[in-house]
Ligand binder design. Structure first.
Ligand code: ZN
Length: 209
């Protein structure tokens, strides 16, 4: 990978005595988008299954949800609009958004999902700008509705406006020794993140993860 990736593969050494057999759960938010198909090809090449927390941000790419599901990946709902002001304005507005995304998932895959990731995570502080205490209410309601929601304990750092492949690989690899089970936050809407997986996944497999 280091040779194949050239200078973009970080010179990083980690010591993780628990690497052998440790699970790394790769999760991809905010898509499907224009780079999702490329990611699916990479995942197929290594026989790796991931979780997609999908949105309706790129309607032209909606049918990728069907391909993700058919390839054996897990589909969870992220949100339809990812519009914090809108979804966190009230619990009613939030579930209206989620229900619409669920309808798209059902249309594409033929079934609903009970997996979910809150936009911004379940303990985000941004939502309080719109409604105080809304995450406490929504997390409770999610459980009542039978949803299982997931946050993450390793961030690839690709959520912002700047970043590159080296950053994604460095952030993920350096987070591994600190967790028993690694839930990694990535975005398949970023080209450099999708590219990073071509090198990170074989690295993980070769290191016993
Ligand atoms: Zn998101």
């Amino acid at each position: 990978y280091r040779e194949a990736a050239g200078k973009d593969f970080p010179k990083i050494h980690i010591d993780d005595p628990d690497a052998d057999g440790k699970a790394v759960y790769l999760t991809f938010d905010d898509g499907p988008g224009v780079y999702t198909e490329q990611l699916l090809d990479t995942l197929d090449r290594y026989g790796v299954k991931v979780t997609f927390f999908v949105t309706g941000s790129f309607p032209a790419c909606e049918d990728m949800i069907k391909k993700e599901d058919a390839a054996g990946h897990s589909i969870g709902i992220h949100t339809l609009t990812h519009d914090f002001a809108k979804i966190y304005s009230s619990d009613k507005a939030f579930w209206k958004d989620i229900d619409k995304m669920q309808a798209i998932v059902q249309k594409q895959t033929g079934h609903t999902t009970n997996l979910m990731r809150f936009a911004g995570g379940s303990s985000n502080s941004i939502s309080a700008n719109y409604t105080t205490g809304i995450m406490t209410l929504l997390t409770k309601q999610a459980e009542q509705k039978g949803f299982q929601y997931f946050d993450w304990n390793i961030s690839s750092g690709d959520g912002g406006s700047e970043g590159d492949m080296n950053m994604v690989i460095t952030n993920i690899i350096s987070g591994l020794p600190n967790q028993d089970a690694c839930v990694v936050l990535c975005h398949d809407t970023k080209e450099y993140t999708v590219k990073a997986m071509e090198y990170l996944i074989p690295w993980l497999l070769d290191h016993g993860y």
